[in-house]
Design a protein around this ligand. Structure first.
Ligand SMILES: Nc1nc2c(ncn2[C@@H]2O[C@H](COP(=O)(O)OP(=O)(O)O)[C@@H](O)[C@H]2O)c(=O)[nH]1
Ligand SMILES: [Mg+2]
Length: 335
């Protein structure tokens, strides 16, 4: 049991003892101070007052009680099944929910939702001896990353000072969604048609937009909010919608880019962001997985590859006991 959970248990016991003590003293006082006929209604009225006072005292003494109680109830402390918690961060419409659908093979019903997060869960079995665990994915859907700091749901993040996230995936793409006259997203055929001229410039525009969203400062905020070196063992960049790029490359829309150097082209586009992530991870002593994974949440291409390394690291970390994630990842990198 962690120091934090021990503190919470002590607080809970103290709160209950305080309430019970107050109640007991009141009953004794009543027995001495009142004649028998006044006894029953007076006790009833005073019991109510004592309970209300107790609750008020608890609120003042143990404030803020709600996050604390939420934490005890929801962080999974004492939960039997280990959880690999993966946070997906990215601009709206870059494909986070579609990626989750691919990973959980069609199950997209969120088990918890807030204004800014959906949380999905699926059972898994390890490659290392068949132990069970859950993969839990949180899809950040707010537009402003500041919301991440203001209201991160404790059930997924874990309480401040004891964060529980194992992997952070930054999701970017290469194509901005286009809408028709009535506001519906256009189909891929129309999107490809629109991207078939000035292709390089249009893609660069989207990359710039993505890099503006996931900047040095936002990375810092995200790590500040989520990071716990005992838990985080992967930070990766996923570049989505590679199916569309492949078609445009095959059509010859990007001069000098072929299917054999497509990965190189994308890595160059996202080199500044990759460098920022690499530096942030180094500063926090996480040796993440820093190639950009080119994936398609639509076709499933490369999605399993990107996730399998995250799951492998989690499994090794978890079933080796309480090893510090940082030491473990360094060991892996060296051998
Ligand atoms: N062609 C293509 N479209 C995609 C891909 N991933 C997502 N989309 C589409 O992009 C839109 C936004 O996806 P969604 O998963 O809702 O993005 P989110 O807002 O980041 O959760 C949807 O219309 C998806 O069908 C992909 O890999 N290829
Ligand atoms: Mg979504």
């Amino acid at each position: 049991m962690t120091a934090t959970s021990t503190t919470r248990r002590r607080r809970l016991i103290a709160l209950l003892a305080l309430q019970a003590g107050t109640f007991f003293v009141t009953i004794l006082a009543l027995m001495f101070a009142h004649p028998p006929e006044a006894f029953v209604p007076a006790i009833q009225a005073l019991s109510l007052v004592v309970v209300l006072l107790g609750a008020l005292t608890g609120r003042v003494l143990f404030s803020p009680p709600k996050p604390w109680l939420d934490a005890v109830a929801e962080t999974g402390q004492g939960r039997e099944t280990p959880e690999c918690r993966v946070l997906l961060i990215g601009l709206g419409r870059s494909g986070k929910t579609s990626l989750i659908r691919q990973v959980l093979t069609g199950t997209t019903r969120a088990e918890q939702s807030t204004k800014t997060f959906n949380v999905y869960r699926a059972p898994r079995v390890t490659d290392l001896g068949g132990a069970r665990f859950d993969i839990v994915l949180a899809d950040y859907q707010g537009q402003k990353l500041s919301q991440l700091v203001i209201d991160p749901p404790i059930s997924f993040f874990g309480p401040p000072g004891d964060r529980r996230i194992n992997a952070i995936i930054f999701v970017v793409d290469l194509f901005r969604e286009r809408r028709d006259a009535v506001g519906n997203p256009v189909c891929d055929a129309v999107l490809l048609e629109q991207y078939s001229h000035d292709t390089g410039a249009q893609i660069q525009e989207r990359v710039d937009e993505q890099c503006k969203y996931i900047s040095e400062f936002t990375i810092e905020i995200i790590l500040e909010t989520t990071f716990n070196r005992r838990q985080v063992c992967s930070i990766i960049l996923v570049v989505n919608k590679i199916d569309l790029l492949r078609i445009l490359v095959e059509r010859g829309c990007l001069e000098g880019v072929s299917s054999s150097n497509m990965e190189h082209y994308v890595s160059n586009l996202y080199a500044p962001l990759l460098n920022l992530l690499r530096e942030a991870a180094r500063a926090n002593e996480v040796e993440g997985l820093f190639g950009a994974y080119l994936v398609s949440a639509r076709t499933g291409e490369n999605v399993a590859v990107a996730f399998s390394e995250i799951l492998r690291r989690f499994q090794l970390l978890h079933w080796r006991g309480s090893t510090d994630a940082r030491e473990f990842v360094q060991e892996m990198a060296h051998g």
